[in-house]
Design a protein around this ligand. Sequence first.
Ligand SMILES: [Zn+2]
Length: 572
Amino acid sequence: MKLLCVLWVLCGLSSLLPALDREAFTVAKYDLEVRLEPKQQRLGARGKITLRNDSTHPQKIAALQISSSLDWRSIRVDGKVVQFVSQPYVSDIDHTGALSEAIVTLPAEIKPRDSVELEIGYEGVIPLDTTRLTRIGVPEEIAKHSSWDQISPSFTAVRGAGYVAWYPIATEAADFSEGNSLFEVVDRWKAREAGSQFTARVGMDRESEETPPLVICTSARESLMEQTGRAQRTSAECQWGRLGTVTPTFAMARYDNWLKSPLNLLSLPGHEEGAATYSKALEPAAKFVSGWFGTPSAPIAIADFADPNAAPFESGTLLMASMAAEDSKLAGINLVHELVHSAVPSSRPWVYEGLAHFAEAMYRQQQGGRQAALDFLGLHRAAFLDAEKDLAVAPQNGAQKNAGQPLATTFDETYYRSKAAYVWWMLRDMVGDDALKQAIGKYRADDDKDPKYVEQLIETAAKRDLGWFFDDWVYQDCGLPDFRVLSAHPWKTEKDVQFITVTLENLGKAGAEVPFTIRFDGGEITKRIEVRGKSTATMRVELAGVASEIVVNDGSVPESDLTNNVFKISGP
Ligand SMILES: [Zn+2]
């Protein structure tokens, strides 16, 4: 009887213990001192982090995770050591495919929305590691060009959450092999951290006569050199804001530094020609960007890779891209992208990245015409087409209803980069260059608080109601439109003037203003028409000849199905 009683109490108690909620806490503030020892590939960090309870329940246990190649050394609250259990936690959010997790028992329960400051210390190594890619079958030779993060004597570059957890995070396990699991976990983390502050002093001490390496984090302007006797300290004061679109990243190498405001070009020895390509491309790119987006507000940096095949990466106004080859087209596009970031800072990913990719497309148009720009956008369409198709077939009544990814709130790259680029392009086609330039010129990140702020700026400049368009493309994810010609009736007036009445149907749920071209003997004419979702629209067009064919959409509106866009008109 006694035993039963004890068992009952134990079971009763254990059912009262809440399951560990790894995503209850968000790190609202980081203030870290990071010491690098490249020869040993080592990193040692200490500092303070502020945890905010974002869950709806009081929390006494916090899970803090760093890369599995790092170890927790100490965790304190108010100067007192707190208990924690360190354990490995399998997750593909880190390049090693695992994390070192500290399960921390806090001195007191933290109420929802309340915060606690922790003093932390951790250290270990960050060598090149392709585990999470090779274990799903990516050959090592290929994996190392995308999983390039490492600390090494010749070249150091380390990206943050989603690549290497070199600072503490708090996430559920992510799995590369399970569809979107990794991206969903990373997107969730970015959304939670979107308003967090991050400062870190990253540096190394050395005793040597040779040129010290340069440490960079956002724009390389923050790199410092201090000399005390023979001892040198090279470091950078890193400050990252807008963590939703910026991944805390640092690099250290013996860079040649070429500076011409606002660009800081960091190239490695042997890549002088590639660097020269960038410096030549700066002036035309800067001229184009200032004409559309205003003058840059902050320096930008483009930094070289030791591995010429390393996949490029950007974080805020820092772009890492190999300068081993001379590619003037690519250099121009890369510069345009970063200059737009500098000219139009924003916490909204679809504004920040969408505008930068839209600018790339417009720059392509300036160099190679509208078709070149639409081909360029076409490459982006592939990125989100599948996801939008899933949306179209998602069950409407089931519990698993897919609400899609509204641009206004998404942290999914394919949406805030690729789909957003199209949305800006469509807006430009609808309201014209002058109105859109005017709206962008008035945009201020600090004023962008209301979700309808961007819509209002453009509507004011264009004097046109765009509520329906923003509803379908920005505030909700309605999937993509699908246009076809429903009917075409050629006719003639008594005075023998040729007309055609064209009715377009949109089978999709998202409305758009779409161009259509009527081909007739002797020429063609293009008109634009607004066709709302699941609707039709009709237009009468005067022609200088007998119509033979109608083609809907020149590629400027992303559609789910492009196979039904040509309509042949049979003769009388
Ligand atoms: Zn960007």
